[in-house]
Design a protein around this ligand. Structure first.
Ligand code: BDR
Ligand code: CA
Length: 312
């Protein structure tokens, strides 16, 4: 069976952790590299978290490289300690990783990995601010034609979270997001409209709590804290588990409905900065390279997650 090769660019973060577990535990996925970007917490903290999650997920053979510590043009991002805690994974117990971060910059690792693999065989899965991806596209423009597709968690066509119309990953580096969306690689935007359907309900958490594996125990800690923080900070009864939705699409595109639509990122708006302006007024033109995720098959999605942690 031909596995699907992916590079995960992330800022763990609770839901990034779930995305990594899903990728690691699914037999269809081959994780070629993990790269980190400042987002939910500082670059140093999210990189430490990525190393520790990778060890738990038996991905310690995979190169892990740190990337951008700040956005391309703007000041240091505002980290999401209200949701992910001071460490980025507060309330979880993970041993320190006993191996080192790759000496390359994340953008270099992304470029070298894509260029070393056959054409159209690698999918990029960015689940944090898009700074590393923009840098990689500028460092080696050939990657744009060479990747299979970019399946990213970010944006939204009807809704924002950090601002009325801006989602955290896009808002934190709109210029990088602009670069990424304007390149002509196929992009699937798995945005808030979709991820707000991926709620960790009481039933989901009960099922995961009943699985006897280290990964499932960690996942229970993650979902417990994530739920508490989302309730306290945003008033959600059940938290939306955003990032694994992008990985789930790579595993099984039938897990969600998507629709082709032109998307542009607003970088200059007074109130709309970071908005992913999506044209749903009419069918997209033939040459449209972007799709947006619309509807999630929730049962299929959570089955993928529970199966993955059983496998780990
Ligand atoms: C996104 O922002 C981060 O806090 C999450 O990890 C996710 O990638 C959701 O807006
Ligand atoms: Ca993230």
């Amino acid at each position: 069976m031909q596995k699907k090769k992916i590079i995960i660019d992330c800022d763990p973060g609770y839901d990034d952790a779930v995305a990594i577990l899903l990728a690691a535990g699914n037999p269809l996925i081959d994780v070629l590299a993990i790269t980190t970007v400042a987002g939910n917490q500082t670059l140093e903290k999210v990189t430490r978290n990525a190393l520790r999650i990778a060890k738990l997920a038996h991905l310690d053979h995979v190169p892990i490289a740190a990337g951008a510590a700040r956005p391309l043009l703007r000041d240091q991002i505002v980290v999401a300690a209200n949701i992910h805690g001071e460490s980025g994974l507060d309330g979880t117990t993970l041993p320190e990783a006993d191996y080192r971060v790759d000496c390359r910059h994340a953008a270099e690792l992304i470029v070298e990995t894509i260029m070393a693999e056959p054409e159209k065989s690698v999918t990029l899965v960015p689940i944090g601010p898009l700074t590393n991806i923009a840098l990689a596209a500028r460092l080696e423009p050939k990657i744009v034609d060479r990747v299979k597709e970019v399946v990213l968690m970010g944006g939204g066509f009807h809704i924002g979270n950090v601002k009325p119309m801006a989602e955290f990953n896009i808002e934190n580096d709109p210029e990088a997001a602009h670069i990424v969306f304007e390149e002509k690689w196929p992009i699937v935007m798995v945005g808030l409209d979709l991820t707000y359907q991926a709620l960790a309900t009481a039933a989901v958490k009960k099922e995961i709590a009943g699985i006897d594996s280290q990964a499932a125990h960690f996942l229970t800690q993650v979902l417990t804290r994530f739920s508490e923080n989302y309730k306290r900070s945003k008033g959600f009864d059940e938290p939306p588990v955003h990032d694994p939705c992008a990985v789930a699409y790579v595993i099984d595109p039938m897990v969600m409905q998507t629709r082709k639509a032109v998307v542009h990122v607003e970088c200059w708006g007074r109130y709309s900065n970071g908005m992913t302006v999506t044209d749903l007024r009419r069918p997209a033109p033939e040459d449209c390279h972007t799709s947006v995720a619309i509807k999630l098959d929730q049962t299929r999605f959570w089955n993928l997650i529970t199966d993955a942690v059983k496998n780990l």
